[in-house]
Design a protein around this ligand. Sequence first.
Ligand SMILES: Cc1cc2nc3c(=O)[nH]c(=O)nc-3n(C[C@H](O)[C@H](O)[C@H](O)COP(=O)(O)OP(=O)(O)OC[C@H]3O[C@@H](n4cnc5c(N)ncnc54)[C@H](O)[C@@H]3O)c2cc1C
Length: 79
Amino acid sequence: MMARGEGALEASLIKAYVCRAAEWVTREAMQIHGGMGYAEEYDVSRYFVDARVLSIFEGADETLCLKVIARQLVGRVGK
Ligand SMILES: Cc1cc2nc3c(=O)[nH]c(=O)nc-3n(C[C@H](O)[C@H](O)[C@H](O)COP(=O)(O)OP(=O)(O)OC[C@H]3O[C@@H](n4cnc5c(N)ncnc54)[C@H](O)[C@@H]3O)c2cc1C
């Protein structure tokens, strides 16, 4: 799709979804580990922090959802 100049909407939808999914998965992983999950000695605490930045860089969540996804969906309805 990208080779045909298409797929920006689909890629943006996937990016928005997987970033949220990563936050949820790592949150649950930390929760399962209890207090030790918060300790920096455990990798799971770092995974949670790293997952949090995914919806900030390479297209911040609000910008992605409003400027890319919503605009394209509204544009499609208008056609
Ligand atoms: C670890 C890390 C690595 C990075 N690496 C790179 C890199 O290699 N190359 C590079 O170029 N940049 C890099 N960045 C920068 C990154 O791309 C920006 O942080 C990101 O684009 C968000 O921009 P900002 O920080 O200026 O936040 P802002 O643009 O100030 O946004 C702050 C918040 O406001 C929201 N917002 C902004 N505008 C609107 C709007 N119109 N409507 C509603 N909400 C809005 C955003 O969604 C966000 O939640 C990196 C950032 C981090 C944290």
